[in-house]
Every structure is written in structure tokens, then in C-alpha cells.
Design a binder for this molecule. Structure first.
Ligand SMILES: Nc1nc2c(ncn2[C@@H]2O[C@H](COP(=O)(O)OP(=O)(O)O)[C@@H](O)[C@H]2O)c(=O)[nH]1
Ligand SMILES: [Mg+2]
Length: 355
């Protein structure tokens, strides 16, 4: 299952630095698509138990979307920008808080709210244009009265009102039917958006100007928000592992900002992981929340879906409390579930099948 997350923002705010941190790409220019590993302590724990040959984390595809990086914003590269944004399933909007005289801001000063609004207005305008086009198309259609069109029209009218008030479509008050009716239109403000504030070391510890406003802005638009000290994290990444631990604990950082960011993107898309274990491989599999066990089996192999008998399931937490498969089985914590069982995040599953 491929899920695409686009990184957007004003020029020189740290998009590429954060992209490189997420994807582990070399810090070079040019490459703009890569895979981001979703950190998962559960897999690390299971790897200590099973000592597999291979541990495979869940991943997301990331695109570092330029478009605004040229001095001159031409119509052509703006069009490319919008196309890339439209393709993404979720967006990370990077803004700059860090102070650094040597890094020039295109607008001549640091102002996070201004930067958020600059990009956001483009997204809103683009959605508004699409809303208008669709409304007109339905209203002039001879099939205006058919139920599907009626639902879409009422959804679009609500969307228009939301957008005119700078509310994202994701936050508009739509019924589930209305939501579904506009799903395929790929509105830009319907995508989950996570805000990453790129801070320097001092700001990470002590805060930065506009912090409250920025958090309020994010809440208003329905997006999660994280502070990331991108350059600091890049430096930390270049340290030896034991030095790294020491450094992080001195800074009072339990988990790097990029790790939190990756996890937030994953859950904003309503994705969960089920886990499979064994001597060969311990692996996290990405599925939509609530997927039925038989369908989930199909992610592993189509034969397993076809020949599905039962799913033998234990939750990661139950497993960890017991400390081993044997102990968890003795306590009766492994359950046998049928094909309709909705898979939960952190389920350790062994599929029983027959081909
Ligand atoms: N001081 C400082 N510089 C940064 C930080 N993040 C990025 N930069 C620098 O800002 C410049 C632009 O960063 P880049 O990631 O290429 O930004 P992009 O244009 O948004 O992709 C580069 O010179 C980075 O080294 C930061 O947190 N602190
Ligand atoms: Mg860049």
C-alpha cells in the first residue's frame, strides 16, 4: 500500500533538511522522493525476543515539493506545485522559527503566521475554484435532481461557505455521505495537514515568538503541530550511537521530532500497523484502521487471504506483559479470530490458512 506525504512550505524554511531526516536520504540536492521509516518501539522490542534475520518497519513515501523555491514564481512552476500537492494523501507544512542571519528569508523577515497564510491561501483559493466549477456543473446539469448529485451539491455549498471563512474542508461540518460524495475531488484542504515548526536549539528548549498563535492557527485548521530542530537533529544523527543517547538526554529529548512527525502523519491518515513475527522477519504491515482480518491477510499474500481459516491474535501489550510467546499462550492471551475481525493497531497476528 503506497501512501504519499508531501512536504510543503516557503523557500529555505528547512523542507529539504526535514525530508532528508525523514527519509535518511543523503544531504544532497536533487532527490525529492523517498521512503520514510515509521519508528516503532514495538518492533524493536519484538526483534530482541525473536532475533529475526530482518526487521521491517512500516514506511510512507515522502515528496519534497519545491515549486516556491525559485526567486520567481512562474505560473508554470506554481502549476507543478499544485499538481504535486494534489497527488499527496497528507501534507507536512514546514515553517521557519529558527534565527540565522546567514539564511535569507524570501519575505525579508521571520513571521510564521504570515508564512502559513501565504501557502494556505493558495490551497484555499484552489479549492474554491474547484468548488465553484463543480457547483456550476451540477446546477446546469439535467441530472441535477439525482440523489448522488443532490448530496454532492449540498456538500459543495458547505465547502464553499467553509472556504470563504478560511476553514479547511477537512473541518467543514459535513455528513459522512457528503464527505464521501466529494472524496474523489481531492480537495487540497481536505487532506490531513501537519505543521512542522523548524526551531533552533534555544527555541526548542525555551519557545519562540508567536508560539501560542501558531498553535491556535493549527488547531483552527484541524492539524497537529510539532516543533522540530532540523539542523540539530541532523547533527545528532551524525554522532555515534552512544554519544547520541547522551546528547538527547542532556537536551531532555525523549524522541526526535522527526520520529514524532512520521508517526503523526501515519495516524493522521487513519493507518494502523499489525505485526508479524518469526525467526526470519519481524514486520509491521500498514492497513487502514478497522480492516477485516481476511483482507489484512491479503496484504501478506493473496494465497493467505484465499485460504484464510483463522487469525491467531495477541495484542502487543499483552505479549509484552508476558515477555514471551510461550508465557502469553499459557495465560490464554492468544485469541482465534474469524475473517471479519477488525484488525487493531499493534495486533501480532499469525494467519492460519490452507491452500
Ligand atoms: N540555522 C538553521 N539553519 C537551518 C535550519 N534548517 C535548515 N537550515 C538551513 O536553511 C537553508 C535552507 O534549508 P533547506 O532544508 O534547503 O530549505 P528548503 O528550501 O525549505 O528545502 C539551508 O542552508 C539549511 O542548512 C535550522 O533549523 N537552523
Ligand atoms: Mg528544498
Amino acid at each position: 500500500m503506497t501512501v504519499l506525504c508531501g512536504i510543503i512550505g516557503r523557500p529555505s524554511v528547512g523542507k529539504t533538511t526535514i525530508f532528508n531526516l525523514l527519509t535518511g536520504a543523503a544531504f544532497s540536492r536533487g532527490v525529492n522522493q523517498g521512503s520514510a521509516k515509521i519508528p516503532d518501539e514495538r518492533l524493536e522490542y519484538l526483534a530482541t525476543i525473536y532475533e529475526p534475520s530482518k526487521t521491517t518497519f512500516a514506511a510512507l513515501d515522502m515528496v519534497d515539493i519545491p515549486g516556491f523555491d525559485n526567486d520567481e514564481i512562474t505560473e508554470q512552476n506554481f502549476k507543478i506545485f499544485l499538481e504535486e500537492v494534489r497527488k499527496a494523501d497528507a501534507l507536512v507544512h514546514v515553517v521557519r522559527a529558527f534565527k540565522d542571519e546567514s539564511v535569507w528569508h524570501v519575505d525579508g523577515s521571520i513571521d510564521i503566521i504570515r508564512d502559513l497564510n501565504t501557502i494556505n491561501s493558495e490551497l484555499i483559493l484552489n479549492d474554491l475554484e474547484l468548488v465553484e466549477t463543480r457547483i456550476e456543473r451540477i446546477e446546469t446539469s439535467r441530472q441535477k435532481g439525482v440523489p448522488g448529485n443532490k448530496t454532492e451539491l449540498s456538500a459543495l455549498l458547505k465547502c464553499r461557505e467553509a472556504l470563504e471563512n478560511e476553514i479547511h474542508i477537512g473541518e467543514a461540518d459535513l455528513t459522512s455521505g457528503e464527505r464521501e460524495s466529494i472524496q474523489s475531488l481531492e480537495f487540497l484542504t481536505f487532506k490531513p495537514m501537519i505543521i512542522a515548526v523548524n526551531v533552533d536549539e534555544e527555541q526548542l528548549l525555551e519557545g519562540y515568538p508567536q508560539k501560542e498563535e501558531v498553535h491556535a492557527w493549527a488547531k483552527d485548521k484541524g492539524g497537529e503541530i510539532f516543533e522540530i530542530a532540523a539542523i540539530l537533529e541532523k547533527e545528532i544523527r551524525e554522532l555515534e550511537p552512544d554519544e547520541r543517547e547522551l546528547f538527547l538526554s542532556e537536551l531532555g529529548i525523549e524522541e526526535p521530532g522527526v520520529a514524532k512527525l512520521a508517526k503523526a502523519v501515519y495516524s493522521s491518515l487513519d493507518l494502523i500497523s499489525f505485526l508479524t513475527v518469526g525467526k526470519n522477519e519481524v514486520k509491521a504491515w500498514t492497513v487502514e484502521k478497522g480492516l477485516a482480518a481476511k483482507k489484512a491477510a491479503g496484504k501478506v499474500h493473496s494465497d493467505i487471504e484465499r485460504g484464510f481459516i483463522r487469525a491467531e491474535v495477541v495484542s502487543f501489550n499483552d505479549f509484552k506483559i508476558c515477555g514471551s510467546e510461550k508465557a502469553a499462550k499459557e495465560k490464554g492471551l492468544y485469541r482465534l479470530e474469524g475473517k471479519e475481525y477488525p484488525v487493531k493497531d499493534g495486533d501480532i497476528i499469525n494467519f492460519r490458512f490452507n491452500v
